[in-house]
Design a protein. Structure first.
Lengths: 614, 376
């Protein structure tokens, strides 16, 4: 209905509107009066009560910050501890001549100019009566120097606080992670009362994943203070509850062996306890020193880490995606046996290449000229590609996808760390969905030798190897074994949820072939496993970083280091009673047998010695 | 009204009055706004730890806000009416954009990054919602029929829900009340108002169901602050101590011990009234409230004098929403309302609210001064 402009309407409207204005003003005054009543109640009636609280004997609720839980390795070595640190702090309000004081301190303690500037910047954003740090983590010498002249400096003092310290530095950084100052975004999501007084929070690794358990429970004390804000009485203390200590399955000595063995390369080593899934080694090289992050890493240092070509902040063991290459062959072979696609002793002729019917493209073997007649055992031992092209072609992508999925490829391993990558186990559906293309037979072939779309993380590879070693029990890798809080000890090991139905004879066949990889004279890793009383079952892998043209030959020395193949090796030992499963990835390492296998050998030997298996 | 005639005399005869009139500035409103801004600087200096830096930044915001106010005062109200629908629709689109970007960014988002500066669409919608409702209702004879009422209600609920989803309960409340105020001034029957009021009260449990955990926690804390003295109850307890200890005359300027000792969090922003109450006591508080009442009274006067229905409804709503601002903030600080993030208008530190508020006053000045030019 359009508006009717009549005089009548207007006068009625005018009257109604005027009434409403008056009513609104009345409501406003009434509600304001309500506020005044409340103010009178607080400021006149309750004045004495509140004034006592505020002024003469003000009650201050002071949070009692709990000590953060410690982190130990499997042998009780401390990986994360809380150490006392001293800082030089100034209270601007109490300092009459700030510039002169700073100049004197600078001369005395050799403070660099940037720290003075940083202090001046920070001071501007803070209230004048708040103690502001000038120097963090003072050395003993600096403390001694200042202690002598302390009486001459009012408003300058040494404050002590607990600082998180990681004694193993680079070695444990990608496992333990680090704590760092709570930032603005975290301030909003963390529970306010739990974090009142806490300045740091776990940002990465175990420190982040188990933040709740490590942090503990904040307590508080109500302190009665007098006008000079000196405490005169404390009452109603609720003590803090320290954070729980975490005991890892990790062996830091073994971790060091793996890390040192990777020297000169970027890469990752992951070793698991075959029976439980406990992580023994979780090494990603290069690591980084997490300690500067705790006190506040400076911009340049952080930029250096970020832009470094070797990407030290990148957790390769957890997030690195690599084509598994030939390390996939034992799993594909097992699939072949389980699906009756091939007999173990059935021979196949390898002329050095494989061709799909009616397709000119030659799928080449790594060995020029081929391996000749090979059965499954030789195909694994010598890593014959043509055998697996053929097997993959018989199996088909659907069977391969289904079988490999059971070993955890293409899904997160479930390790207790944040940020794990899922990797990629390709399937018909995946390709249709992601690329809107049909699956090509050629793609099945290269999947069979661990190339193509296939991408795995080192932790996935180690897990799959462990599952193979224990006959199909799908263990879930875990780092934290026990959570020990003051009140209770909690077992944190992950139970085995399901077992892949596999025939024992088939597993025995694959294991025998993998033993030959190391112990047979034709094995691709025959250079390791000497002078040991037990047997290692392993498989080498070489993952292409770039494609070489048809008929061209790969010449390691002729190409750039960064384009060299990745070297991989998976193994478990002792072969007859597996205790440890390991996956080694050496970026641009060239051949799995010559670079990756010796690293695994060292780790296996040291671990088995430590648990008295010789 | 004696006082009003005095002002009018002043406007007609003095030189300054002449200039201000040319600038379309309403003198009583302008003077009270300047007074309250000065008061804001005085208390900010104390609450902000005597930082000149804080004052300079606030002064820049006030300058920007006043410039916008004078600019809007120049525009004929007819233009506001013409642009109501477009501006409202634009506001809704921007709110949706923020919400979608927030979904992508996985987390609460209220900002839209426009190159170098940030823009908060929920601020714009605070003014465009009453503009839209006033425009819609002015198309028909008042009081509104049920059908118009239904559509108007939907037009209010839409932006309110979009903002509540951000989640920003304080702003959602202000937007809802700005729209509701238009309905109130349009002559909605009293019985209807009472009916809706009781219905909303009855619906509280359902609202509770839709609240975020932290919003529920705020309500629970409001009901029993002592239950969580370290966390959520801390603000209210410390704020009451600050206000109560101020007494009748207060502790004097810069004499606040609660904010100085850092007992009082957010002392420069949402809880600045507590610092004010501590330093200037009950006398100061009542004076501040009177200053607010003068502003609201003047705005309602402008509404009563407005030239057409659209101007009346819009002016009335802007005036009333300003009061809701004051009431919700002070009510929260003195512990009679739950803590919702609403700043003390024109006093709290922070840029966005002051710009929006001054935009509202600019529109009010436009409504008042252009009416006169029409008569002249």
């Amino acid at each position: 209905m359009p508006r009717a402009y009549s005089l009548q309407d207007n006068s009625v409207e005018n009257r109604v509107f005027f009434n409403r204005i008056v009513a609104a003003f009345f409501i406003v005054v009434l509600l304001t009066a309500g506020l005044v009543v409340r103010l009178v109640y607080l400021q006149i009636v309750g004045h004495e009560h509140y004034a006592t609280l505020a002024k003469e004997n003000s009650v201050k609720i002071q949070p009692l910050v709990p000590a953060r839980g410690l982190i130990y390795d499997r042998n009780g070595k401390v990986l994360a501890e809380n150490t006392q640190s001293f800082s030089l702090e100034l209270i601007p309000e109490q300092i009459s001549d700030m510039d002169a004081t700073l100049l004197q301190l600078q001369k005395l303690l050799n403070i660099p100019n940037e720290k003075i500037e940083q202090f001046q910047k920070q001071r501007k954003h803070q209230k004048r009566f708040i103690s502001t740090p000038l120097l963090l983590s003072m050395t003993d010498e600096e403390i001694a120097k200042f202690a002598v002249v302390r009486p001459y400096f009012t408003g300058v003092d040494i404050a002590s606080r607990l600082v998180r310290n990681y004694p193993y530095s680079d070695l444990s950084a990608h496992v333990v992670g680090y704590v760092s100052r709570i930032n603005e975004a975290e301030m909003k999501t963390l529970p306010i009362s739990e974090y009142r007084g806490s300045s740091h929070v776990g940002k990465l690794g175990i420190e982040s994943f188990y933040e709740t358990q490590l942090h503990g429970k904040t307590g508080y004390v109500e302190i009665e203070t007098n006008v000079q804000s000196r405490a005169i009485n404390t009452f109603n203390t609720v003590p803090p509850v320290s954070g729980a200590n975490l005991h890892l399955t990790l062996d830091i000595d073994l971790q060091k062996t793996a890390y040192d063995a990777l020297e000169g390369y970027n890469g990752a080593v992951v070793a698991l306890d075959v029976t439980t899934g406990g992580v023994l080694v979780f090494s990603s090289r290069p690591g980084f020193n997490p300690n500067p992050f705790v006190v506040g890493i400076d911009y340049d240092a952080y930029q250096n880490l970020q832009s470094s070509e070797n990407q030290p902040l990148y957790n390769r063991a957890l997030r690195g995606l690599y084509p598994p290459g030939s390390t996939m062959k034992p799993f594909v072979a097992l699939a072949g046996l389980e699906y009756n696609a091939v007999g173990f002793d059935q021979k196949h002729y390898c002329p050095g290449f494989y061709q799909l019917p009616n397709v000119p493209h030659k799928y080449r073997d790594w060995k020029h000229g081929g391996h000749g007649w090979v059965g499954m055992s030789e195909a694994i031992t010598e890593s014959c590609d043509v055998y697996f092209y053929s097997l993959a072609s018989v199996l088909g992508i659907d069977n391969m996808h289904h079988f490999l999925q059971q070993f955890g490829f293409g899904e997160k391993s479930g390790i207790d760390l944040v940020g794990e990558k899922t990797g990629l186990l390709p399937s018909r559906e995946w390709k249709k969905q992601q690329k809107n293309q049909n699956w090509y037979p050629g793609e099945t072939l290269i999947t069979g030798i661990g190339q193509g779309y296939l991408q795995v993380t080192p932790i996935q590879l180690a897990r799959a190897t462990a599952i193979l070693a224990n006959g199909g029990k799908t263990i879930t890798p875990f780092l934290v074994d026990k959570i020990v809080s003051p009140s209770q000890t909690q077992d944190n090991a992950k139970p085995i949820e399901k077992t892949i139905p596999l025939k024992n004879t088939n597993i025995a066949h694959i294991t025998d072939a993998m033993i030959n990889v190391v112990h047979d004279s034709h094995g691709t890793a025959k250079n390791i496993g000497k002078h040991i009383s037990y047997q290692i079952a392993g498989k080498t892998g070489t993952a292409q970083v770039f494609n070489i043209k048809q008929e061209a030959r790969y010449n390691e020395n002729a190409i750039d280091f960064k384009l060299r193949d990745h070297a991989l090796f998976i193994a478990f030992a002792p072969a007859d009673n597996p205790k440890i499963a390991i996956a080694v990835v050496v970026e641009n390492g060239g051949h799995g047998g010559s670079v990756a296998a010796p690293i695994a050998d060292k780790v296996i030997q040291q671990y088995l010695e430590s648990i008295n298996v010789h | 009204m004696y006082i009003e005639t005095r002002h009018e005399e002043f406007e007609k005869h003095s030189f300054i009055g002449h200039i201000l009139r040319k600038l379309h500035i309403d003198i009583p409103l302008f003077v009270t706004l300047v007074l309250i801004s000065i008061l804001s600087f005085v208390i900010l200096y104390s609450a902000g730890g005597q930082s000149v830096d804080v004052l300079i930044r606030q002064a820049m915001r006030v300058a920007l806000a006043f410039t916008l106010m004078i600019f809007l005062a120049h525009i004929d109200p007819y233009q506001f009416k013409r642009w109501s629908v477009i501006l409202f629709s634009l506001g809704i689109l921007l709110l949706l954009a923020v919400l979608i970007l927030g979904e992508i960014g996985k987390g609460a988002q209220r900002w839209l990054e426009l190159g170098a500066f940030r823009f908060q669409p929920s601020e714009m919608i605070k003014i465009t919602t009453p503009m839209m409702i006033a425009w819609y209702l002015a198309e028909y004879a008042l009081p509104p029929k049920p059908k118009q009422l239904l559509i108007a209600s939907l037009l209010i609920i839409l932006p309110t829900l979009l903002i509540a989803k951000q989640p920003d309960l304080g702003t959602a409340l202000l937007v809802a009340s700005s729209g509701a105020a238009v309905l109130f001034f349009s002559g909605l029957s009293w019985w209807f108002i009472i009916g809706i009021g009781s219905l909303l009260t009855a619906l509280t449990p359902i609202l509770w169901h839709f609240m975020h955990d932290y919003q529920r926690a705020r309500v629970l804390t409001f009901l029993n602050p002592e239950a969580d003295p370290l966390g959520r109850g801390y603000h209210i307890i410390q704020s009451k101590i600050a206000i109560g200890s101020g007494g009748l005359y207060g502790k004097g300027w810069l004499g606040s011990t609660q904010s100085e000792l850092d007992f009082l969090p957010e002392s420069s922003t949402d809880f600045i009234f507590a610092v004010f109450a501590e330093e200037f006591g009950l006398f100061g508080c009542v004076s501040l409230l009177i200053l607010y009442l003068l502003i609201i009274g003047r705005c309602l006067y402008i509404a009563a004098q407005a030239r057409d229905t659209y101007c009346r409804l819009l002016a009335g709503s802007l005036a009333f929403t300003f009061f809701v601002y004051v009431f919700v903030n002070i009510g929260m600080v003195i512990g009679v309302l739950p803590v919702v993030g609403v700043p003390l208008p024109l006093v709290s530190y922070g840029g966005t609210s002051i710009v929006t508020l001054c935009a509202g006053f600019g529109i009010l000045m436009s409504i008042h001064t252009h009416k006169k030019l029409l008569h002249n």
